[in-house]
Write a protein that binds this ligand. Structure first.
Ligand SMILES: [Ca+2]
Ligand SMILES: [Ca+2]
Ligand SMILES: [Ca+2]
Length: 169
């Protein structure tokens, strides 16, 4: 059995490894524009149905990283496995604020402690088994949903998404 010093060294080494992983740029959300994708819940809680509740349980979170209000209208979420990404609706997101961008329908507004933006789909659009890297790009207004990096400012990558689990991008 290792002595106290050896155990302390092992714990310190493990802590250093964890800190290194957490600070690695590839693990952290980033953006080259005004908006950043910070989190994603690809797999809505419970059975995935086309009920509005289920659709709105699928979402990603964006943050306005600037010090001014940004209208998110026209920014294009480009899911890597399809080409039917709808540009985001017009909505003024205050400086530093975050918004839940939900798959289903609703009224875009501030509610439940966060901004809520709805995409109006009648089915789930974020793959539960993110097969690509990245699985989602956020692109500048006017960009094409063509599954390429052109126009991309922020990305999110996930693997197999557990039921009702939110992931950091
Ligand atoms: Ca589910
Ligand atoms: Ca796409
Ligand atoms: Ca999904």
């Amino acid at each position: 059995m290792p002595g106290p010093l050896a155990r302390a060294a092992a714990i310190a080494a493990a802590a250093l490894t964890a800190a290194t992983l957490m600070s690695a740029p590839a693990q952290a959300a980033s953006t080259t524009g005004a908006l950043m994708i910070t989190h994603v819940r690809p797999n809505a809680a419970g059975s995935d149905t086309n009920s509005n509740t289920s659709l709105n349980g699928e979402y990603f979170v964006i943050k306005n990283v600037t010090t001014r209000t940004v209208n998110v209208g026209g920014y294009v979420p480009d899911i890597t496995t399809n080409t039917y990404g709808r540009p985001l609706p017009s909505y003024n997101l205050p400086a530093g604020a975050v918004a839940y961008v939900r798959t289903g329908s609703g009224t875009n507004r501030y509610a439940s402690g966060a901004h809520q933006i709805y995409r109006g789909y009648g089915r789930h659009v974020l793959r539960n088994d993110g097969p690509n890297n990245p699985d989602l790009r956020l692109k500048r207004p006017g960009s094409a949903d063509n599954n390429s990096s052109s126009g991309s400012i922020s990305t999110c990558n996930w693997g197999r998404a557990a039921n009702g689990t939110t992931y950091r991008c």
